[in-house]
Write a protein of this length. Structure first.
Length: 237
């Protein structure tokens, strides 16, 4: 099946086509949002006519860029984020968190924080009107991912774990744990400092990217790394 999947990407703009014929549809860009930050459809546009437009329900192309992050350059991610963001209506509770991850990675940090809050308040504020039927569990997972893969800057590059915090200025720190290849990694982050400890019965050192620099870390030892004063992020185009 995989070899027969059609993958359309404009070599010049780097924009990935949502599906065959998508670019032939009527182009509509969303401008306004409601009080919760969810986009409002243009006046007069009926639900039955949505399929005739380039408006999409949720993060589809952007989900691909998140799941297979290391397969795409930052330039491709940025181009698709900027294209699909104003064309996504977020009618799925799974959508805002994925957009928040990409927004954080391409450094649209204010938008990342806004989208994170939409995801965070999905059930607290009953944004989709159906919380009485049960909480949106997958959306909660997406909110966690927005924190870890977005603001904490955790990502996999070249089959290595990298950590590069980009927290909102109002946050003091992020504390969480994750498993990396059978190792439990306990983290405490600010934008300027990374504190971590690898819990493992294996005595073998683990290589982790700290502010884009690979370092070998011994298990069961606490490390603290300060952000280099002349630090420049290693983005690949």
């Amino acid at each position: 099946i995989a070899p027969k999947i059609k993958f359309n990407i404009n070599k010049k703009t780097k924009i990935i086509e949502q599906f065959d014929g998508y670019f032939k549809l009527k182009d509509i860009v969303l401008i306004k949002t409601d009080e919760n930050g969810i986009p409002l459809l243009p006046v007069g546009l009926k639900a039955k006519d949505l399929e005739k437009t380039r408006l999409v329900k949720q993060a589809d192309v952007l989900m691909l860029l998140c799941l297979l992050s290391d397969a795409f350059s930052l330039k491709t991610k940025e181009a698709n984020y900027k294209f699909y963001l104003p064309r996504t209506i977020h009618k799925s509770s799974l959508s805002p968190s994925i957009h928040a991850v990409l927004a954080s990675e391409v450094r649209d940090l204010n938008k990342a924080y806004n989208l994170f809050n939409v995801s965070l308040r999905t059930d607290i504020s009953n944004l989709y009107g159906n919380t009485r039927d049960g909480i949106h569990g997958a959306s909660l997972g997406g909110t966690w991912q927005a924190v870890v893969f977005g603001f904490a800057g955790v990502m996999i590059k070249r089959e290595k774990l990298f950590i590069n915090p980009r927290m909102p200025r109002t946050w003091k720190k992020i504390v969480f744990s994750l498993f990396w290849r059978t190792n439990l990694v306990k983290l405490e982050l600010t934008n300027e400092r990374i504190k971590l400890r690898i819990i493992s019965q294996d005595k073998k050192s683990v290589k982790i990217g700290i502010f884009d620099k690979l370092v070998s870390l011994k298990p069961n030892k606490t490390y603290i790394f300060e952000k280099p004063s002349k630090y420049k992020e290693e983005y690949y185009y």
